[in-house]
Write a new protein. Sequence first.
Length: 262
Amino acid sequence: MTATNGRAGKRPHSVWLTERPPLKRKAEQPAGLDLEKIIGATVRLLDDEGLARFSMRRLAAELGVTAMSVYWYVDTKDDLLELAVDAVAGELPLPDESEPGADWREQLRVLATGYRDMLLRHPWAARLLAEFINIGPHSTAFSNATLRVMASSGLDAERTSGALASLFHFVYGFATIRATHEARCRAAGISLDDYFEQVVSAISGRPEFAETMELSLRADRVRTGRSAVAMLDRDFAFALDLQIAGIEAMRGGGGHGHGHEA
């Protein structure tokens, strides 16, 4: 269902903007199969095997049905993937807005950390979040929560979009890179700690990396036995503090940046 009138053109396709006729039960449809089970199996397969290996045929085999049985519930593979990425968005913890005197900074930390953790649990979701417009109910609930928290921060509406872009693009990039490293380590059969030690060993003593190694030694980042995950968590926490401090510094009309018109 698309709008094609005048300058509006075609609106973006989304399973959430498409009206499907009510399901009519057919005798050949497997008993007990429903959309919720299909989405759950999709998420499990994507977690186990990744986006590149996912197919409707593979999903049908996992469910013990034919591929045509799955298409009875969704029109396309992309529609199903859009449903799956909104399903994992439902795992995102939302701040308790009923708490009197809640600190917007802590609420932003809850939102940002939850977003990171979801992307680490479901690495395939990063690509789909970039491909779809993400207007499902769970994604919308998360988006609305971020807007309400930002409204309570005191940052003016004109800057809210940029602030949220800075914060969540940072989280997206940090989590996506870490998830990619973790996936490569799993494929190679080594731990993230082993990979980190291999990198340090490979660049130690090479003059072009002397400044990097000196900084790492001062920060005590290359000590044997230090957990790579603990270091990544520490870096994330500090980077998140910087993001929130930046938002706080820009409140009240202060800190006009380049291109900002007073």
